[in-house]
Design a protein around this ligand. Structure first.
Ligand code: 5GP
Length: 184
């Protein structure tokens, strides 16, 4: 990929607020395009095919892995998640800055493949606040909440492997800081 500086990775534990921060960023900078991932998890209420995710069954997802159609993929809390290669290439070639909102293993893969990409890790103010945020979101069953929280310790311990680690206190401020990092 020629224009690696146009590839931005936003990672961090589930519940830290990546999605909300991304929405704020997209509203403020129209040159940033968010990659839509594929996943095998069930759609949540209100989620739309092709808008939030491409919802695939496991067979189709594995087929795409075999055909090398993902830029990266990972398993998370019992499901597969992956970034479709073709749309990212297309948008980068058109001059967009491409934002990937992904979990830590996928983020590490991208950083290895594209060392000049910009990687940002979002941290919660503390573990109790992370749990509060996941629970308040109200999207997950207890079983999934537990998986996500137990994974969070491992993920947070990897935060120093990325270019920047920011504590997400307030969405608007975090988004501003990220836009500054992207634009400099
Ligand atoms: P959720 O089920 O809450 O939508 O997502 C679970 C985790 O998977 C989140 O940390 C989210 O950022 C991550 N994720 C979403 N899409 C991708 C992807 O394409 N690749 C990877 N590696 N992680 C993803």
């Amino acid at each position: 990929m020629k224009n690696q500086k146009k590839l931005i990775i936003l990672t961090g534990p589930s519940g830290v607020g990546k999605g909300t921060v991304v929405k704020e960023i997209l509203g403020k900078d129209k040159n940033i395009w968010l990659s839509i991932s594929a996943t095998t998890r069930e759609p949540r209420q209100g989620e739309k095919e092709g808008e939030n995710y491409y919802f695939l069954n496991e067979e189709k997802f594995k087929e795409m892995i075999e055909q090398n159609l993902f830029l990266e993929w990972a398993q998370f809390a019992g499901n597969y998640y992956g970034t479709p290669l073709s749309s990212v290439n297309e948008k980068i070639n058109k001059g967009f800055t491409v934002l990937l909102e992904i979990e830590v293993e996928g983020a590490k893969q991208i950083k290895e493949k594209f060392p000049n990409s910009l990687s940002i890790f979002l941290l919660p103010p503390d573990k109790a606040e992370l749990e509060r945020r996941i629970r308040n979101r109200g999207t997950e069953k207890e079983d999934s909440i537990k998986k996500r929280l137990s994974r969070a310790n491992y993920e947070i311990s990897a935060s120093n492997q990325f270019d920047f680690a920011l504590i997400n206190h307030k969405v608007a401020e975090t988004a501003e800081r990220i836009i500054k990092l992207i634009q400099t």
